[in-house]
Design a protein around this ligand. Structure first.
Ligand code: AMP
Length: 391
């Protein structure tokens, strides 16, 4: 895979695929601009090199239609504040008008194109559409780690037509952070896995079993594992079809000498509601029909100790329903333990990134990935389609 660093970009039209799929609040203001900030090192570098910079991104799921709420206009505005520079913005991403505008770009200027997914051909990886994007550039750079697990025109298709394709700084940094952690990180390597479902993380668990020293399991996925070990989880969220698989994973971990920590107590609730009655219970005391929504305090103590001696930590998935205050304690305690550990800690984006910010420890973890799905893809041991295309 070429790096943009190895290319001469002076005076070149450099088309950069970024991920400005930003969370917006109810007033259509940007709720979190981290994804823009994460691309600034590359943008500043290209400016210094006097490249002509064209940025492309998707936003949300407009399904091939023009949806005004999903315009990248606000991203252009925020980028101009962050760079102290005027950002040109045009209301499409392909076609004659766009080509004319690109032709007028001068060295060091930045043009952001409108949401790629206003065209259905972006998601279907249509090669004519990929060609139309490619003719806008001399050099294509992928700096959008968070969509690198997608086979889409601006991510993979375009590399067949762009004169030169290379990886950007963020893509490189994301891959390096992950692979350095799992391949060359200090031991013991501790994987903290939580979140909603075993099914979503099954492949990741199975792959990581090959090299992890210790698993710490929380969230609703812990319920399925607990059930596989004989706990009556009552009304808790369970994936019945995966109970047997969960038992197999626990058995394999034992055979390999991998520690596999499951909750020993739980915070249970009568209903999935923020003002529901709540109890702290041991595994055999869950009231009928009640549901487990967080790990309990004894479990937090065990998990905190298990994290303290880690050499490297990979964390994906909250320990409970952290969105509700009554069920954030498990995630908070684990986040505090990760923050005070000396280990290199890498956190998969999406919900876990949000949880870590809510727990006020974001500054104390070594790296928070900008990708959720793409990060999980790496945990599954797969090569990202974007990387394959760049190679
Ligand atoms: P994931 O995207 O798989 O990491 O799942 C994150 C989601 O899992 C969050 O929205 C949490 O609220 C949810 N979650 C965590 N623990 C539980 C639980 N015990 N029961 C139901 N949902 C949970």
């Amino acid at each position: 895979m070429k790096s943009v660093r190895d290319l001469d970009v002076f005076n070149k039209r450099v088309l950069v695929r970024v991920d400005y799929n930003l969370p917006m609040d109810e007033n259509q203001n940007i709720a979190d601009d981290n994804r823009i900030k994460a691309t600034l090192p590359l943008i500043e570098y290209l400016k210094d090199q006097k490249a002509r910079i064209i940025l492309i991104s998707h936003m949300g799921r407009p399904k091939g239609m023009r949806v005004p709420e999903l315009s990248l206009g606000p991203a252009a505005l925020r980028l101009s504040q962050l760079t102290n520079q005027k950002i040109d913005f045009i209301d499409d991403c392909v076609g004659k008008n766009v080509e004319d505008r690109v032709d007028k770009l001068r060295n060091g200027e930045i043009l952001l194109l409108e949401n790629l997914r206003f065209h259905e051909q972006e998601k279907s990886n249509d090669s004519e559409f990929a060609k139309k994007l490619a003719i806008l550039c001399d050099v294509y750079v992928n700096d959008a780690f968070a969509v690198s697990h997608r086979d889409q025109a601006s991510v993979t298709g375009i590399t067949a037509f762009a004169p030169v394709s290379a990886a950007g700084f963020l893509l490189e940094k994301e891959l390096k952070s992950y692979y350095d952690s799992v391949d060359n990180g200090e031991k013991p390597l501790v994987a903290i896995i939580g979140g909603a479902k075993v099914s979503g993380k099954l492949e990741a668990l199975q792959n990581m079993l090959k090299f992890v020293d210790k698993f710490i399991i929380g969230g609703a996925m812990a319920n399925t594992f607990l059930k596989s070990q004989g706990t009556d989880t009552k009304g808790s969220l369970i994936e019945d079809d995966l109970v047997e698989t969960a038992a197999k994973i626990v058995k394999q971990a034992k055979e390999k000498g991998v520690e596999f920590l499951l909750p020993v107590d739980l915070i249970v609730a009568e209903k999935f509601k923020k003002d529901t009655p709540v109890k702290e219970v041991d595994l055999n005391n869950i009231p009928d029909n009640w549901i487990a929504l967080d790990i309990g305090p004894k479990t937090c103590d065990i998990y905190t100790k298990a994290i303290a001696d880690a050499g490297t930590i990979v964390w994906n998935g909250p320990m409970g329903v952290f969105e509700m205050d009554k069920f954030i304690n498990g995630t908070q305690r684990v986040a505090d333990a990760v923050a005070s550990s000396k280990a290199f800690s890498i956190i998969g984006g999406g919900d876990t990134g949000l949880a870590v910010k809510k727990c006020n420890v974001a500054q104390k973890v070594s790296y928070i990935s900008t990708g959720g799905g793409a990060f999980l893809y790496l945990m599954e041991g797969k090569q990202l389609p974007a990387v394959k295309a760049l190679q």
